[in-house]
Design a protein around this ligand. Sequence first.
Ligand SMILES: Cc1ncc(C[n+]2csc(CCOP(=O)(O)OP(=O)(O)O)c2C)c(N)n1
Length: 671
Amino acid sequence: MPTIEPVLGPEDIKRVPIHELYSLAARIRALIIATVTRNGGHLASNLGVVELTIALHRVFSTPVDTLVWDVGHQCYTHKILTGRAEAFSGIRRQDGLSGFPKRSESVHDAFDVGHASTSISSALGMLAARESLGNPGSVVAVIGDGALTGGLAWEAMSHAGNLGMPLIVVLNDNAMSISRNVGALSSYLSRLSATVRYQRVRRLIDRIILGVPWLGPRVHPWVLRMKRAVKAMFFKESLFADLGFEYAGPIDGHNIQVLCDVLGEARAIRKPVVVHVVTKKGKGFPAAEKNPSAYHGVAPAHLSAPVPTSSDPIDPATDTGPGRPTFTEAFGAAMMELAQEDPRLVAVCAAMTNGTGLAGFQALYPDRLFDVGIAEEHAVTFSAGLAAGGLRPVTAIYSTFMQRALDQVHHDVSLSSLPVIFAVDRAGAVPDDGETHQGIYDVQAFRAVPGLSIIAPASAFEMAAALRWALSVSTPTMVRYPKAVCPAERPAFAQPFEAGRGVFVRKSEADASILFVASGALVDEALQAADLCASSGLAADVYHLRFLKPLDMEHVIKLAQGYRLVIIAEEGVTTGSVAADLAAAIRLAAAFPNNGSQRTEVCAVGFDEKPLPHGTRGQLLAAAGLSSEALARRALSVCTRPGAMTLVRAAGSVEERDRASYPAAKTLGGA
Ligand SMILES: Cc1ncc(C[n+]2csc(CCOP(=O)(O)OP(=O)(O)O)c2C)c(N)n1
């Protein structure tokens, strides 16, 4: 493994001669590439900010000064330079370093993050607290041009300009979000960054003038003013200035000397300032420089393989899984089919065209896909507008990022009963990215939204059927599905959708004593659990809810009667879950059994509220008691205690199951 000695902590970097910082940058790059190759992670974004991070730690002194990273996926060099070089080998592994900044991990990590566009708000809050308490130090927010497309960033810019406190906003402009950045702001920034060459010439002129003894320093301020006037005629850089910020840049983000000079100046002026830094995403790794999108997030041990990402365009024909698409791919394929049938159908996404499986749709129907940038709230309200205008928008957003748009779903879509369809990807246990990216909170957040239907399809066929059902109604619908390969099709999935009703996917001829109730991909876990129970001589049935809302409770309560044990599994937190409500209702009904029928024991299984750490999907499901083995074990512990352990061994390890359920070629593409 490459080492970065003698730099062990942030203070060491101030002692290294400036010309040696370039060899340090090279060693850090080698370390990042070697580690991400093994562990997976965000590669291209991190390679782009090595020099910038070195310069930041050379000029500022954390934790007295505060560095706030936006999204936080680009914090690897920061971790390496702040005493975590050795621990870096365990990044994104169970019990290892987080792939994002984490306050509990280091005093140098100022703010927990993983979602975009928060840095300027949180940094401004920290600065206001610092000023109020009389604490020393500067506060720096580092935000990418992608994250700057988020409205939250602009709410904070407006507030910061108004407060006039000396907030330093470093804009890391690589012209890329995960894919190429979109929007008028992005075009504005590229017009500004076109002046990088001009800046180089300017610095050369400065050096020449300042080099003239006595006269140089006296003439220089006049030349500066003249240059500004000339520049203002050609380049409109008034956006930041009009908001009350000083603007420095654009500057070459790989020139450590220039970065240090400008950051030093920014610290000195004691006003809000934007330092516009132009970097190359993927810098130093040719394949990533050429195709930064493909190397935004990579899977373990796949850098030498063809460049697959979960963001790659869908091609079911080349599916390398067990012959079945992922839910994301099934969604993309269904969208292309439905678009042919219904000319009103359009797709909306928030900077995640590839990740949400819409690249194929975009290629076929470029005019029917709206990528709004990292702006989930806008994506939802914009979709409400599209629906109000007569189109049928399908808005694809990861579960974790939908959290931002709760009010928009409620106020802008639901209250007007607009037929927006939400495709909520990564709903449930999300492998690799850790707690900021888990999709386990959407059900309880959105089930309270009036008139919103929620469906959890269990297969690729059901995905298309769910979308078709949603298009057939005139009210909003949410279709939620995990980052997983679609389980095998079952005859029951072909039954037509009926609002509020599910289907028996497995029903024994003889009376079974156990009923598993599940939805989405967990139906398959329940089916395997039922197999395990059967091999132990206990018959178990499986009921797939399909609809988490509306839900015909009475119907399920009736079904549950007659079973000795009902286990309800849901891929979300148990607090406020459908499973918990259903269990309570069944329990209540079972407390007063009709006709002297046997009592039914019932339990709801789901995730705990506490944040879910890094882990594979299999590990996370198993830890929550949602894997087939855990479900079977639970059933058997109630019904036949002695059989439990043998069954678990028969089912194979969690790791084996993981490999089968989401092949490595599909695990790429962190968000
Ligand atoms: C609210 C939210 N939406 C979407 C994402 C997924 N995401 C992670 S990084 C990223 C692109 C960020 O681009 P930029 O800020 O320019 O950083 P870069 O990777 O280019 O350095 C996106 C869309 C997210 N983290 N948070």
